[in-house]
Design a binder for this molecule. Sequence first.
Ligand code: NDP
Ligand code: BG6
Length: 520
Amino acid sequence: MMGSSQWHIEKRLSFRNESFVDRGDSESSQECGSLSIIVLGASGDLAKKKTFPALFNLYCQGFLPPNEVHIFGYARSKMTNDELRDRIRGYLIPSKNVTAQISEEVANFLHLIKYVSGSYDTEEGFRLLDKEISKYECEQNRQDGVARRLFYLALPPSVYPSVCRMISLCCMTKSDNGGWTRVVVEKPFGKDLDSAEQLSSQIGELFNESQIYRIDHYLGKELVQNMLVMRFANRFFLPLWNRDNIDNVQIVFREDFGTDGRGGYFDEYGIVRDIIQNHLLQVLCLVAMEKPASLTPESIRDEKVKVLQQVNPISDEEVVLGQYEGYRDDPTVPKDSNTPTFATVILRIHNERWEGVPFILKAGKALNSRKAEIRVQFKDVPGDIFRCKKQGRNEFVIRLQPSEAIYMKLTVKQPGLEMSTVQSELDLSYRQRYQGVVIPEAYERLILDTIRGDQQHFVRRDELKAAWEIFTPLLHRIDRGELKSIPYKPGTRGPAEADELLQKAGYIQTHGYIWIPPTL
Ligand code: NDP
Ligand code: BG6
């Protein structure tokens, strides 16, 4: 029987055959010549788990044609090309059950990767890297093509400034006939407003904003990208999406595992910096923003910034922090750490559309389930003749992951002779509705956007600043120990105080009804 990952790869390979012909002409006439993708921090966790697998998927779909693309790994570790290839091979296709065709694709892809070792703060390694890239560009560009260089910083942020300096000094694209140099940076972008601004200025002195791609991988998720379409292409939602009809909005991230060997990193940041200030806040922007003037990246990002600027200061009474029991057993975590692994934070947007509507952002590690979703709860029906209020309110839910779905909880007549009501749903479950469609990984989509020069799904500098302005006062209070994390048992819903805060904010839980993702 075919494993699901094997099926996915085969689907992607067939996609290449079908779609590459379709896309081919218009895309390649704009962007031809050599493309060098340089993964800095190639020896690391993100590179092997996300960056290289995303590149492999793009390769399988024909977006990285072997006659145009070369991939370079760069890090301090001493490794041969083959050692790097061996390190990432197992992450490209998790399934052991691979066909000869897939093995051949893997081998061909790995063959495109070359490793260069060097430090992050001296010219020597970057000069060598530049030489290797140029050598390959000369081979590719015999017919006077364009040289494109994409630097992906899969590195700790502490080295971003020196790495960017070295790139700008030693590795910029030489060609001036339409070539480009772009730099992808990973979160966390700073630890608070000042450090983020400092980082932005350091990088900003070296590259234009149009060359900097700040990744927030939640912006690459299918259902996050669907938010704009849902809201602005459907008449249904236009008149309802406001304070007159919506009682509260929850944006939730839950993981059923702890910090999983990343305790050292995590303890420095905590759940607010790791998830809420970036991933959940980006989702909030898409839920709350006004309709952009057009679909250009700048129009969309202008509207996102406006929402962020309208968020009120966070009140201490609207925050609950938690830390799971056992978190401090990690040897890299201080025994007296107050770092939250769980937080519920209510944001309030001071504008005409949203005044009075709580946006409840909730994120936690080591909880009882893994999921991310947006839950929009509507107000009660006025003059309720059916007394259905007791059964629950209308909710519009966007399940970001797993089991991607959009569903509406609503009250209907219980089928039968009696006139009684029951909760049900209108359900658009992707697995069922779009059978055979492979939903691309967020990183895959975002790397492709970078190659195409589309910054819509990346965080602009002023957006980042506005996001830090919202959370910095709270974070400083947590750092100073003025707000304490409440212990909670792993495998639970987190501190009970968080559910109490939800209720206080107006959320009414539906009892006796649960949405079950359909199985095929
Ligand atoms: P790693 O800790 O694995 O570091 C990546 C590489 O950077 C290492 O292999 C190492 O390479 C080099 N490195 C590590 N520490 C230092 C240091 N102090 N100074 C200089 N170089 C160092 O990081 P990840 O791959 O986990 O993450 C990379 C970036 O992506 C980070 O900004 C992280 O926050 C972000 N990120 C990671 C995610 C993940 O799932 N891992 C998810 C989302 C974002 P060498 O020693 O060979 O040079
Ligand atoms: C990363 C966080 O940004 O997102 C991790 O640093 C978290 O702590 C991860 O596990 C979750 O991503 P996803 O795509 O699995 O929801």
